[in-house]
Design a protein. Structure first.
Length: 407
């Protein structure tokens, strides 16, 4: 009996207000509609709280996966944590809480229920989610790819020098507040922006890696310090933004085992526990084109899309299928929406057990002129690419266009 809820732009609420900001495009309010994805972790009898009601088509698609739950609508103001709008009495019948991330508002809500001791301290969670913290940990472990933390525009210019680099806000997420600095002109623009703000500078500078494979390992840390590895997911990105997650192939898992990756994960888990954190954690990593393993690129001490993909994968793995979770940004003509896409997917829908298919996991607010959907492709090993192509055909049949997708 667990209540699932959360705020997907958690980093915004952990980030100190006095930090200088990098030039970045507005993030928009897409994160406000992502909380329905937390249904992936629900069991019958669980409660899902969301800012808007999941579309009937989303609920029907999830039900075909065996995902059923009770639902309560919490119409939180846009751009604010949903926890602020939750009536504590709503959670009285659900003794366990599974927040997407632990914010100060999450702890305050738990305190109103007399459950504050079931969550780590908000300041601890904020600290371990900083890229500065994960950088320091990688440095202390002597791991490759740690980069350097800079605290002024002058230090930034020195750290970048003439090398193509990636500059990250310590609380940037999913490509926001992450800049590739590949030319002197871009570097000058960034340093001018920082200097003009008269604010505290704290940025992580890393090399622009020649990456081959992005992946993430997912951990569960208990309050007593015990921990377990939940799985490893390969990540697909568009630029620096997450586009999809799928099970790591056996070849990558064997490569990680040979490199002693489990020992690194143990060190990460122990460091998080020593800092006072418990709960889910994702460790982003990569293999470079030359075979070098960068085992700790950054740490997300919260739930993640990779973890949600893993939870869906557990549901279908006994049937010989694997889950591949993909995000699509759609161009939508007037009058079209999620019901039209659901209808176009009729023959492709996953309906349980061992027959491959597609589950609509998110996208209730899909409407003209465009929006975002999340689709779980339940496919046999080696067949996900063909199912993805069929899905793109169905999107077109619904009169919509998947932006940035090529055949």
């Amino acid at each position: 009996m667990t209540a699932h809820f959360g705020t997907f732009d958690a980093e915004r609420w952990w980030r100190p207000a006095d930090l200088a900001t990098l030039p970045a495009a507005p993030g928009g309010d897409a994160a406000d509609g992502m909380d329905e994805l937390l249904a992936a972790g629900c069991s019958p009898g669980d409660l899902l709280l969301t800012r808007r009601a999941p579309a009937p088509e989303i609920r029907a698609s999830l039900a075909d996966c065996g995902i059923e739950f009770e639902h309560r609508l919490v119409p939180a103001p846009p751009g604010t944590p949903i926890e602020r709008a939750v009536d504590a009495e709503t959670l009285a019948g659900w003794p366990e809480m599974a927040p997407y991330a632990v914010l100060p508002d999450t702890v305050a809500l738990a305190a109103r229920l007399g459950r504050a001791d079931r969550l780590p301290a908000a300041e601890t969670v904020a600290a371990v989610n900083s890229k500065t913290w994960s950088h320091a940990l990688a440095r202390s472990l002597g791991l490759p790819g740690a980069g350097v933390v800079v605290r002024s525009a002058a230090e930034l210019a020195e750290a970048v020098g003439t090398r193509p680099s990636v500059v990250k806000d310590p609380y940037g997420v999913s490509g926001r507040a992450t800049l590739e600095v590949a030319t002197p002109g871009v570097l000058r623009a960034v340093t001018r922006t920082l200097a003009a703000q008269n604010a505290r500078v704290e940025l992580l500078v890393q090399p622009r890696f020649d990456r081959c494979t992005d992946f993430s390992a997912h951990l569960r840390i208990d309050a007593d310090g015990r921990w377990e590895t939940l799985g490893v997911q390969v990540m697909h990105n568009r630029g620096f933004r997450h586009a999809g997650s799928e099970p790591a192939p056996d070849g990558l898992l064997a490569e990680l085992a040979e490199a002693g990756y489990d020992e690194t994960l143990a060190a990460v888990a122990e460091a998080l526990a020593a800092a006072g954190y418990w709960g889910p954690a994702g460790v982003d990593a990569m293999v470079l084109a030359d075979g070098t393993l960068v085992p700790v690129l950054e740490i997300n001490a919260r739930q993640s899309l990779g973890l949600l993909s893993l939870l869906l994968d557990r549901r279908v793995r006994p049937h010989g299928l694997r889950c591949h979770l993909w995000r699509f940004d759609l161009k939508v003509p007037p009058g079209k929406g999620i019901s039209d896409l659901f209808a176009a997917l009729h023959r492709l829908r996953y309906r349980g057990r061992s027959v491959p298919g597609v589950t609509l996991a998110g996208g209730s607010g899909l409407a003209a002129p465009g929006g975002r959907i999340y689709c779980a492709l339940m496919a046999r090993p080696g067949e996900s690419a063909a199912l993805r192509a069929d899905l793109l055909d169905a999107i077109e049949a619904a009169g919509m266009t998947a932006r940035g997708e090529t055949r």
